[in-house]
Design a protein around this ligand. Structure first.
Ligand code: ATP
Ligand code: MG
Length: 437
């Protein structure tokens, strides 16, 4: 038994050579098909080397188009250059990267800036900034943090670039944040702050008031999706160091890049590549084959869906939970028509949603908002909807879940912390499958 594990480990080596190059956080030495974008971002921030404020930059592009890795790549090159002998002006360049999925308020953004070693180290003034440790900063008012940031930038004549990745995740206060950053530049006489905002959701621009929009979008860059040929080369680059020689045929790479080209998403391509290798490895094989890719594809798509569901806002999770639960029990459509299509009436799903909200002590949202949630769930692919035509209940929207309802129910249930109690009445929550959750 133990020996089997050792054997499997050894056989695993047949497939992979270096897993680190397949990690989503790995930034390769070159970024194929992003040379132009890398140059443009570099050009945009280069004025800091002359102590000039660069334009703020807004980068938009669909998921997996290389926005984060291109910006990180340029940031690393800039910091290298600025700390080298060629920085004759002695420009002090500091770059702070943050993901706004985690730092999603203006306060958190400011806190992150002040906590960042880039601003806090002795390089600047031989001792930690201000009060010192990050812990001491917690509890400082936003105004206090703002003042500290302003002081440190001014005192040290810093060219500060703040990278706000997934900026669309700042749901409230984005206008205030833009305003604050503009104000810093108006108030200080040396040093400055500029922003690179990154998003895969173009709606973020619409959410901003016109003034903040023109602040953030002084310059804009769009990253377009990759095609199959481009994805192929991106995969080849990782395969050459990540996999052992001869483990993956060109036809397999084309299969993976073809699948990923549907959305032009390099992250998906890399994930499918790695998973295909794992499937082959778990089978003790020494090559990746088509069947491994097919199995990996199903697994990756399910993983992506489950991750997406886990990060949904609460009310959408209640909606998807209600849909999954009704689907498991068979909705009214099935009872009335006798056809086991898995279709659910919008009305019964809303009723179930209301009941589940009650159970969780939440106030149900209006039917209209509920309709928006359905649209969003449909957009992310977890449900499909269609109009019934003049059917059993007149013209209504029929909902069908796209993934195994047991698993979706399990995830939502865990996230919502729904206990095992059932409620009475016609929309009692079924506990079928609960034990496997
Ligand atoms: N041109 C490229 N060359 C090599 N690897 C790339 C390239 N573009 C993207 N990648 C890789 O693909 C993955 C996804 O890229 P990245 O995280 O930059 O996407 P993104 O545009 O920021 O997506 P999202 O909007 O979802 O955050 C990363 O592992 C990255 O290293
Ligand atoms: Mg990103």
């Amino acid at each position: 038994m133990i020996d089997d594990i050792f054997r499997a480990e050894l056989s695993g080596r047949k497939i992979f050579n270096d897993l680190t190059v397949l990690s989503p956080h790995y930034v390769p030495d070159t970024l194929p098909y992003r040379e132009k974008e890398v140059k443009e971002v570099t050009r945009a921030i280069a004025p800091v080397l002359r102590n000039e404020k660069p334009n703020n930059l807004f980068i938009y592009g669909k998921t997996g188009t290389g926005k984060t890795c291109a910006v990180k790549y340029v940031a690393m090159k800039m910091l290298d250059f600025a700390s080298g002998p060629e920085n004759q002006n002695g420009a002090v360049v500091r770059i702070i990267y943050m993901n706004n999925r985690v730092r999603n308020t203006m306060y958190q953004v400011l806190l992150r800036c002040m906590e960042d070693p880039a601003l806090n180290t002795s390089i600047l003034n031989d001792r930690p900034l201000g009060d010192g440790t990050a812990n001491k900063l917690v509890g400082t008012t936003p105004a206090g943090l703002y003042e500290k940031l302003q002081n440190v930038v001014q005192k040290n004549n810093i060219n500060l670039i703040i990278i706000l990745d997934e900026i669309d995740q700042i749901k409230k206060g984005l206008d205030d944040l833009m305003y604050m950053l503009t104000r810093i530049n108006d108030e200080i006489t040396s040093g400055h702050v500029s922003i690179i905002g990154i998003s895969n959701d173009m709606r973020v621009k619409k959410r901003l008031d016109p003034r903040s929009r023109s602040t953030l979008c002084e310059e804009e860059k769009v990253f377009r999706p990759y095609n199959a040929t481009e994805l192929n080369e991106i995969l080849q680059q990782r395969i050459s160091s990540g996999f052992n020689k001869g483990v993956i045929d060109d036809s397999i790479i084309s299969l993976i890049s073809g699948y990923a080209a549907q959305d032009g998403d390099a992250r998906y391509a890399l994930r499918l590549l790695q998973k295909s290798g794992e499937v082959a490895q778990n089978e003790g094989a020494d090559r990746v084959e088509v069947k491994d890719v097919e199995r990996a594809k199903t697994a990756v798509e399910e993983d992506i869906m489950f991750e997406a569901i886990s990060t949904l806002p609460e009310h959408q999770q209640i909606v998807i939970y209600s849909i999954a639960d009704l689907a498991l029990r068979g909705g009214a459509y099935r009872r009335l028509s006798g056809i086991p299509t898995g279709d659910l009436f919008t009305g019964e799903v809303y009723d179930a949603y209301e009941q589940n909200c009650k159970r969780l002590n939440r106030t149900p949202r209006t039917v209209r908002q509920f309709g928006d949630y359905l649209n969003e769930l449909e957009m992310m692919g977890s449900i499909t909807t269609r109009h019934s035509g003049k059917g059993i209940r007149g013209n209504t929207r029929l909902i069908r879940i796209s993934y195994p309802p047991e698993e979706i129910k399990c995830i939502a249930k865990r996230n919502l912390n729904l206990d095992a109690e059932s409620v009475s009445g016609s929309i009692a929550i079924s506990l079928a499958g609960a034990s496997s959750c």
